[in-house]
Design a protein around this ligand. Structure first.
Ligand code: GLN
Length: 197
């Protein structure tokens, strides 16, 4: 692989376009991924924010759930924001019935933990491994992480709650760096993809 990794954005539902732009600004080639054949071509994947229950249903419907699990197990780097974080959890608290996840991080995530749409907020968040000061965290009906297993590293907290976690090649944030124009979290992920390819 060249120094410019090819990174997919899971494009079943959610804020796909913003991630494509953020990844391109962080020196990756980015493209939407909807089908297993497209997933097979990328070096890494972003799972966007949106609605995790809908995304989960569509992933099953499009035959993507198993291929996603297989590639994550095989070590493909993945980054999930908000609903994407929920998709990467091994366990969700108060899931909708039948809601499945891809998994990848040994963590328990609480959906809508910070409140509903009208309780969305922004906050400066210090993220371990990211230099240059805190990132602006945009939280929209955001989850938080209730607990993590021994393998998972907590890289950010807000208000006493875990809001960013990394486990080997898998990264997850409760907030949406793709909405801010500050692409340092995407740059960190692009570096993770470069490191394994
Ligand atoms: N609350 C949404 C969910 O459960 C996530 C919201 C978001 O991605 N901004 O999927």
């Amino acid at each position: 692989m060249s120094d410019t990794p090819l990174i997919g954005v899971l494009a079943l539902q959610g804020d796909v376009r913003e991630h494509l732009i953020a990844l391109a600004s962080a020196d990756a080639v980015a493209r939407p991924v909807r089908r297993p054949e497209e997933l097979a071509e990328v070096d890494g994947l972003v799972i966007p924010g949106g609605e995790s229950t809908t995304m989960s249903k569509l992933a099953v419907l499009f035959g993507m759930m198993e291929p996603l699990r297989e590639r994550v197990r095989a070590g493909m780097p993945v980054y999930g924001t908000c609903a994407g974080m929920i998709m990467l959890a091994e366990k969700i608290l108060d899931p909708r019935s039948g809601q499945e996840t891809v998994g990848g991080i040994d963590m328990i995530v609480r959906r809508n933990a910070f409140g509903r749409q009208n309780e969305s907020f922004e906050a400066a968040v210090e993220v371990a491994g990211i230099d240059g000061g805190p990132v602006e965290g945009v939280f929209i009906r955001a989850p938080w992480v209730e607990s993590v297993g021994a393998e998972a590293e907590v890289i950010a907290e807000h208000g006493g709650h875990i809001v960013a976690v990394r486990q080997r090649n898998v990264l997850a944030t409760s907030f949406h760096p793709e909405l801010t124009g500050d692409h340092r979290v995407h740059a960190l992920f692009v570096d993770m993809v470069r490191a394994v390819n």
